[in-house]
Design a protein around this ligand. Structure first.
Ligand code: ATP
Length: 333
């Protein structure tokens, strides 16, 4: 049976008159990888800091492994943490940076070498262990920070935007590596990010936050396919919102990849003209000017690049669109 690793009950955090977290409750199971996802300033880092004990809640309770830990000092919570800035000691080698964390935890000296080596190996840095941070790339420095966080055998791992300072290729490689290591160690992990791709590709469960509140919690598929409200639908993935003439009381929405596109007229189709065609590698995003069937002038439509070529689509091409009913999302206005 799943065991509770972290439980937050009705947590409120205020700085003066400013409420940064409003009545937050959530539970994270042992071994789960959870992403806190939301726009800048929504309170994600504050929530992470409360879990780490680096800050205290104004109200509410925090439990770690079913024991109340609301006021437990940070040093007693046994977590590993990795920040956006690598936060390595510049005057220590990669190996010494990891070893420092272990000595800090009073690991026996004869175990320090073996453990530091093992975790540097795990993050693929055995050959670079004698280098100083200035001699390592950003991605390598972040691997050292990860090895340092993991080496102390933490009960849980906290990642605060660990990949956002890295370039796109390194970021994607490290995403995979972090997920592999996390699964291998079955380590409860909470990652803060404002990058939806990162959350969708890495998390078992995503907690979407906005303006100090949790908007929705669910697997990446649930969040993407069944967004609970307009904010979530808009924040995650691309989406077209529209009202139709029949249902004035509802806001409908459709993801651009779910719109059907043909070059010939078909029953129930909407006539449109391609106004813009943006090449995005494996797919194209079309902006289609639509006739007045919808209360909307244009729709975003995503098509595989192969389809765009096959259908010979260009700016100015007339197309016929359909919005499949089963793919439509409905929100209260
Ligand atoms: N020590 C503090 N004193 C006063 N206000 C604070 C403090 N720390 C954070 N805040 C405020 O709390 C709000 C939430 O900040 P937080 O860092 O948790 O947001 P975030 O979602 O992590 O955003 P970002 O992605 O930009 O880091 C912000 O409005 C911020 O200005």
């Amino acid at each position: 049976m799943a065991k509770s690793a972290i439980r937050i009950e009705h947590v409120v955090k205020q700085y003066g008159n400013h409420t940064v977290l409003k009545d937050i409750s959530l539970e994270i199971q042992e071994g789960e990888f959870v992403c806190l996802l939301g726009p800048s300033g929504c309170g994600k880092s504050t929530l992470l800091r409360l879990i780490a004990g680096l800050d205290m809640p104004t109200e509410g309770k925090i439990y770690l492994k079913e024991k109340e830990a609301t006021w437990l000092p940070s040093s007693k919570r046994n977590f590993g943490i990795v920040f956006q800035s690598y936060a390595l000691f510049p005057n220590l080698t990669a190996f010494e940076n990891v070893a420092y964390g272990l000595r800090n935890k009073k690991v026996r000296e004869r175990d320090v070498n073996e453990t530091a080596d093992r975790f540097l190996h795990m993050v693929g840095l055995s050959d670079a262990k004698g280098r100083y941070p200035s001699q390592l790339s950003g991605g390598e420095q972040q691997r050292v920070a990860l090895a340092r966080a993991l080496a102390i055998s933490p009960s849980f791992l906290l990642l605060d935007e660990p990949l956002s300072a890295l370039d796109a290729k390194v970021r994607i490689r490290l995403r995979k590596e972090i997920c592999q290591i996390q699964r291998e160690l079955h380590l409860t992990t909470i990652m803060v990010t404002h990058d939806q791709d990162e959350a969708l590709t890495m998390a078992d469960r995503i907690i979407v936050m906005n303006k100090a509140e949790i908007m929705q919690t669910g697997t990446p598929q649930e969040i993407y396919e069944q967004p609970g409200n307009k904010f979530v639908a808009d924040f995650i993935g691309a989406i077209n919102f529209y009202r139709d003439f029949e249902r004035e009381d509802q806001l409908n929405a459709i993801r651009p990849e779910n719109i059907q596109v043909e070059t010939k007229d078909f029953a129930g189709s909407i006539l449109a003209v391609i106004d813009d065609l943006e090449f995005r590698g494996n797919f194209c995003r079309l902006t289609a000017k639509v006739s007045h069937v919808l209360r909307k002038d244009e729709l975003m439509v995503d098509l595989p690049y192969s389809e765009v070529k096959k259908k010979n689509l260009h700016v100015g091409t007339k197309i016929y669109l359909a919005i499949p009913g089963q793919q439509t999302l409905h929100f209260a206005v």
